[in-house]
Design a protein around this ligand. Structure first.
Ligand SMILES: [Zn+2]
Length: 109
């Protein structure tokens, strides 16, 4: 597993990701509010319990992207070419600006 993925995994388990609640706790921000639903934005909230993200299908999209990456890695390992290996991922910044980036399933961003 790529080092950044391991780091994300460990920081998510120990609630050390920069959620708004943690940024307030660390004195980096004054407001722990989720910009989507106005609830308290904890790590758990971001990863699995924001009602607005759920209603917009964001968790389903993330779930499907993980499955696409797994399928691509498996296809590559089998010597096949998977359609998603040539696709790009569109990321949306907090301000709503969309940025496309090619995804190489064998490399971490
Ligand atoms: Zn929320």
């Amino acid at each position: 597993m790529a080092p950044l993925r391991i780091s994300f995994l460990i920081r998510s388990v120990y609630d050390l990701l920069p959620s708004n609640a943690n940024l307030v706790r660390w004195g980096k921000k004054d407001d722990p509010t989720c910009p989507l639903c106005q609830g308290r934005q904890t790590t758990e909230h971001v990863l699995s319990s924001c009602k607005v993200a759920l209603s917009q299908g964001r968790y389903t999209w993330r779930h499907n992207r993980v499955l696409q990456e797994l399928a691509s890695v498996i296809s590559t390992a089998k010597g096949e070419i998977h359609p998603s290996s040539t696709s790009s991922t569109v990321f949306t910044t907090e301000g709503g600006v969309k940025m496309a980036r090619r995804v190489d399933p064998n490399k971490h961003p």
